[in-house]
Design a protein around this ligand. Structure first.
Ligand code: NAD
Length: 437
């Protein structure tokens, strides 16, 4: 054992702030409340349901993660949000159409009490949405200051000990890092002159970090990836992570692709298509927002399969991703994957996956885990990019010059070993020779 570092205890209440009060955010909040009232189980959440093995297999020590690491408890969570639509979480949850009335009605009072604060919103960055619950300010800097004030007010009003922010708002148009994002000074100047390269999501991330709040990015926008915000997180001693929750099709990819590679089977092509009909689907129908999503989805296979190491198996495979907005499906997405694989002596085979998933049902426990783990990481003195949380993201952040890790099983090992490390337990290497000595 390396000795448990000083981890601040999870005393008092933890505020979870979400820019965006749409399908994912309301499903997350409703689910937590349902669990708190004993109406459902936190299925899909590692912080609530997973165990972690400690020591040798013969020791039979496998506590629940939440009993092992000092995480905030669900009854200590308080929720707040911003959204350009003024609907409270009850109306928003009904509009999202993810949950049935039988799950919403018994917690209607709770959902009704979550009313979104006016958002920093500009439909230059999310073109398919026009809301009225929007802040006004002369400069982007003014808007960021208003967000900071919201955070402070929320903290005081709810007597919170700590806060975390998880971006659950729409996917913005694709913006690459430019000189405006190089340093915090340049970023602040760019805010002051209302530079187009500063998207609303970056203002939320800036406000969070300036207020001492860890930030997680559930959408594919390059928000907290910008060098200036990575630097700010380092300076302020705050954990950040992103980007793009790994839920349906990409999660499947990160399960199947490591399997193909483990068996040294080749890949000729992977064609993925989806139909979905929720507001996210509508936003992604705009080519500029889809470009952001596409960038995030495409990188996965290359990083897992490493064509540069295995040219005979993975050089030049074709990878196509399509998302089609199809309103009748609502939040119940359907994805098809056609995978053309290559076996012994070059013989082709095919795998077909037809995944009828519920996007927000898969995303909600990810929001919960990210909130709890980021708060824990903060109390444990972790700062900057939290690579151990890549498990939850389609396009994980990594240090400059480092390939992100996409393989779900390596990500899971990294997550659990980080928990062991932080709690002063031995790393598990799976070598296992000691059992046969
Ligand atoms: N559901 C999933 O499985 C999944 C997976 C990966 C990523 N995501 C991402 O999570 C995000 C949320 O998804 P969703 O299904 O809840 O979408 P949604 O459209 O139901 O909700 C997004 C909400 O964000 C609001 N919004 C837009 N711009 C905002 C701003 N600047 N400030 C505050 N609010 C703003 C919208 O009005 C909307 O209510 C999207 O970016 C999506 O791409 C979702």
């Amino acid at each position: 054992m390396s000795g448990k570092p000083d981890i601040r205890p999870a005393t008092g209440r933890l505020g979870v702030l979400t820019p965006g009060l749409g399908a994912v955010a309301t499903t997350f909040m409703a689910g937590v409340e349902s669990v708190r009232r004993g109406r459902s189980k936190p299925i899909g959440s590692l912080t609530q349901m997973a165990t972690i093995r400690l020591g040798k297999r013969t020791e039979n020590r496998s506590p629940l993660i939440r009993d092992f690491a000092p995480l905030a408890r669900l009854d200590e969570l308080v929720f707040g949000a911003w959204d350009p639509f003024p609907d409270n979480a009850l109306k928003a949850a009904r509009h999202a159409g993810v949950l049935d009335a039988r799950d919403i009605d018994p917690i209607a009072d709770f959902l009704e009490s979550i009313v979104p604060m006016p958002a920093v919103f500009d439909n230059k960055y999310v073109t398919r949405i026009n809301g009225t619950n929007v802040k006004k300010g002369k400069t982007k800097r003014d808007l960021a200051e208003q967000l900071r004030q919201d955070i402070r007010d929320f903290r005081t009003r709810n007597k919170l000990d700590r806060l975390v922010m998880v971006w659950c708002a729409s996917t913005e148009i694709y913006i690459k890092a430019g000189p405006q994002h190089a340093t915090i000074e340049q970023f602040e100047k760019a805010m002051e002159r209302n530079d187009d390269a500063i998207a609303p999501s970056m203002l939320y991330a800036y406000a969070a970090l300036m207020e001492g709040v860890p930030f997680c990015n559930g959408a594919p926008n390059l928000t907290v990836d910008m060098p200036c915000l990575v630097q700010l997180a380092q300076e302020k001693g705050l954990p950040i992570s992103g980007k793009d929750f790994k839920t349906g099709q990409t999660w499947m990819k990160t399960v199947i692709a490591p399997g193909l590679k483990a068996r040294m089977l080749g890949l000729a092509g992977w064609y993925s298509t989806n139909i979905l009909g929720n507001r996210d689907g509508e936003v992604l129908d705009d080519p500029a927002s889809f470009k952001t999503k596409e960038e995030s989805k495409l990188s996965v296979l290359h990083t897992i399969l490493q064509p540069e190491l295995y040219p005979d198996l993975y050089k030049d495979f074709s990878h196509v991703v399509r998302i089609n907005y199809y309103p009748p499906r609502g939040d119940n997405k359907e994805g098809w994957d056609n995978i053309d694989i290559v076996g012994w002596m070059g013989y082709p085979m095919q795998i077909k996956v037809n995944f009828l998933c519920r996007d927000s049902i898969l995303a909600a426990p990810i929001v919960l885990d990210l909130a709890l783990f980021s708060d824990f990481a903060h109390r444990a003195g972790m700062k900057g990019i939290q690579e151990w949380l890549s498990f939850y993201y389609k396009s994980p952040m990594a240090a400059a010059g480092l390939q992100p890790e996409h393989d779900l099983f390596i990500q899971q090992t990294k997550l659990k070993n980080t928990l062991r490390h932080l709690m002063g337990e031995e790393q598990i290497t799976h070598l296992g020779l000691e059992y046969y000595a």
